[in-house]
Design a protein around this ligand. Structure first.
Ligand code: GLU
Length: 423
């Protein structure tokens, strides 16, 4: 018992990169891959750190740090978003790039994973400063990226405008129009119908499939969503439209709760572009209280490490569906699973975004654009299949849904690395 406690303490103290590595190791062991495969996949093959000097509006120069990590390109070019956030670290970007590889494997896209980040707070920067920073980042990483090399996209606090500036900068450097360099662009610049709401659509599909396995009706189900950014806000709308009762939402500053259901249309109307809305209300609760609300479906759609071994025992939801990357620790995953709570892990539940990014890239490459219905029906097909695959693996191999997702996600990359003769 004492040994077990020590062990779990050790696990909880691992940072997100180390705990991702631990799960990758377990997945590869279960699949029977030899040690060198783990040695290759435990870290990105390439990580670039850049320093980006920007002239701020007040005339001073500020130097920002940015990263681009490319996890594994055995299957195809690497792919994944760029986040602008004050808490970005190199290890976080590395872990996020590994998660992108897993997502690509789970939804069966011809990509490996990549991820970028800049340490900054876009909430405190002007439009002009953000444009300079976006362009400066692309100049700094331009040698490493490209439509057949590594394809960025939006992530936390980045959006279609930022993608447009980045695409423009890349096209200027290369001296030809390169829409396929980046996804999540505005429609007029080669964006895809359905990309903006794609992450939330994917989460909605996973919620529906997970609810079926638990015999929960979406109509009337009580849903709590942590985070009101791109994924959280679209998801609130989709759940509300499907007849569910969204009883709690939050942003970085607090949370709102109404057991009768919140007025989602009003909240969507009042949120700012960073998803802030709770500042307008007096009766707020904390994000921690929000996570512990009595509900059927809990969706962490904000940032990492929200459900840990400290609060996993207090979660009352029947299903946890992760729209954010890394909101639940490995230790907490095991606690939730033991308690009979079905967890749909990030690498599956949030894969709708990169799936439609793939559709966007295909459309850019062929110069032929699809209708929204076409995009949505293809997304539906891909995610239903992915959910089914992970769920069945979890049942047949008797492992929790996260380990099952890692097993499904890592396989193609491991195979491709072997066929290439790397390991
Ligand atoms: N940043 C998103 C993610 O974490 C989307 C990546 C993409 O579209 O390439 O999945």
């Amino acid at each position: 018992m004492a040994g077990q406690e020590q062990n779990s303490e050790k696990e909880e103290n691992l940072n997100i990169l180390q705990s991702t590595q631990a799960v990758i190791k377990e997945a590869l062991d279960k699949l029977g891959y030899p040690e060198p495969v783990y040695e290759l996949l435990k870290e990105p093959i390439r990580v670039l750190t850049v320093r980006i000097p920007i002239r701020m509006d007040n005339g001073t120069v500020k130097v920002f740090t940015g990263y681009r990590a490319q996890h594994n390109d055995a299957v195809g070019p690497t792919k994944g978003g760029v986040r602008f956030h004050p808490d970005v670290t190199e290890d976080e970007v590395k872990a996020l790039s590994i998660w992108m590889s897993l997502k690509a494997g789970i939804v069966d896209l011809p990509y490996g994973g990549g991820k970028g980040g800049i340490v900054c707070d876009p909430r405190e920067m002007s439009f002009r400063e953000l444009e300079s920073l976006s362009r400066g980042y692309v100049r700094a990483i331009s040698q490493l990226v490209g439509p057949t090399k590594d394809i960025p996209a939006p992530d936390v606090f980045t959006n279609s405008q930022i993608m447009a500036w980045m695409m423009d900068e890349y096209s200027r450097i290369r001296e030809f129009d390169s829409p396929g360099f980046i996804t999540g662009k505005p429609l007029v610049l080669g964006g895809s119908h359905g990309r903006e709401s794609a992450t939330a659509k994917g989460v909605t599909i996973c919620i529906r499939e997970a609810a079926k396995t638990k015999g929960i009706e979406i109509e009337g189900a009580r849903v709590v969503i942590q985070g009101f950014g791109n994924a959280g806000s679209y998801l609130a709308k989709f759940m509300h439209d499907a007849g569910a009762k969204v009883i709690g939402i939050s942003d970085a500053y607090g949370a709102l709760h109404n057991p009768e259901g919140l007025d989602i249309d009003y909240l969507l109307d009042r949120r700012d572009s960073f998803g802030t809305v709770t500042k307008l209300f007096k009766n707020t609760i904390t994000n921690q209280e929000l996570l512990q609300l009595d509900c059927d479906i809990l969706v962490p759609a904000a940032i990492e490490n929200q459900i840990t071994k400290e609060n996993a025992h207090k979660i009352k939801a029947k299903i946890v569906v992760e729209a954010a990357n890394g909101p639940t620790t490995w230790e907490a995953t095991k606690i939730l699973t033991e308690r009979g709570i079905l967890i749909v892990p990030d690498v599956l539940a949030s894969a709708g975004g990169v799936t439609v990014s793939y559709f966007e890239w295909v459309q850019n490459n062929q110069g032929y654009y699809w209708s929204e219905e076409e995009v949505n029906s293809k997304l539906e097909e891909v995610l239903v299949k992915a959910f089914d695959n992970v769920y069945r693996t979890s049942r047949t191999r008797r492992v929790n849904m996260r380990l099952a997702a890692y097993m499904v996600g890592v396989r193609k990359m491991a195979e491709a690395s072997r066929f290439r003769g790397w390991v």
